[in-house]
Design a protein around this ligand. Structure first.
Ligand code: GTP
Ligand code: MG
Length: 197
């Protein structure tokens, strides 16, 4: 997988309009979005990571295999974020998802240690109401017992039927990364899906 950083976008008006297909990664602050991009691309410092939540504040575009973009989104649910910051996050995200024809999939990342958080559930309900294909990526499975992961997976599949797949990943030990990579490649090759508008 070749990968280069393209650019950071703070204003929806600056979104690429080159028709290149893309996959967006969304999730709470600190869930491991940037780390996942580094694991997928096998580049340790492509996306900036931090143990302090709130590291990514813009939509960060990465060009993959000269074929598609991976979009690293700013995290939500960061306790210390101000009301203004939360408003900015919602504005950027809302406008991004309003009409993004090139979007071939949305991955929501869930920390395998903390399943069932209110803000994650809200986002998944909201995603279920949109037309984009979406999937779940459990992160940090290296920190959780296999039986707990299986229970989470069963619960999520039952609760969120619109989610196409549940991936179980660890950016630390590489678990599940290859199958996610293969899925993304396949997703990008799909023709543009019809939106209901
Ligand atoms: P924001 O940019 O703040 O939204 O966070 P993010 O979702 O991009 O998280 P990031 O990738 O920066 O990772 C947050 C912390 O979790 C870092 O300290 C990572 O090293 C750690 N981390 C990420 N993925 C894993 C994983 O699979 N296993 C373990 N053990 N730690 C991980
Ligand atoms: Mg990040």
């Amino acid at each position: 997988m070749s990968a280069t950083f393209l650019r950071s976008i703070f204003d929806p008006k600056e979104l690429p309009s080159d028709g290149v297909p893309e996959i967006a990664l969304i999730g709470r602050s600190n869930v491991g979005k940037s780390s996942l991009i580094n694991a997928l691309t096998e580049k340790k410092e492509l996306a900036k990571t931090s143990s302090t939540p709130g590291k990514t504040q813009s939509l960060n575009y990465f060009e993959i295999d000269k074929r598609y973009y991976l979009v690293d989104m700013p995290g939500y649910g960061f306790a210390k974020s101000s009301k203004t910051a939360r408003g900015q996050w919602a504005g950027l995200i809302d406008q991004y998802f309003a009409d993004r024809q090139v979007l071939r999939g949305v991955g929501i990342l869930l920390d395998a240690r903390h399943i069932g958080l209110d803000n994650d559930n809200l986002i998944m309900e909201w995603l279920s109401g949109l037309d984009y294909p979406w999937f779940i990526v459990l992160t940090k499975v290296d920190k959780v017992k296999q039986q707990d992961i299986s229970a989470h997976e069963r619960h999520l599949k039952k609760e969120f039927e619109r989610a196409e797949v549940v991936f179980k990943t660890s950016s630390k030990d590489g678990k599940g990364i290859a199958s996610l990579r293969a899925y993304l490649k396949n997703q990008i090759a799909l023709p543009e899906f019809a939106t209901s508008e």
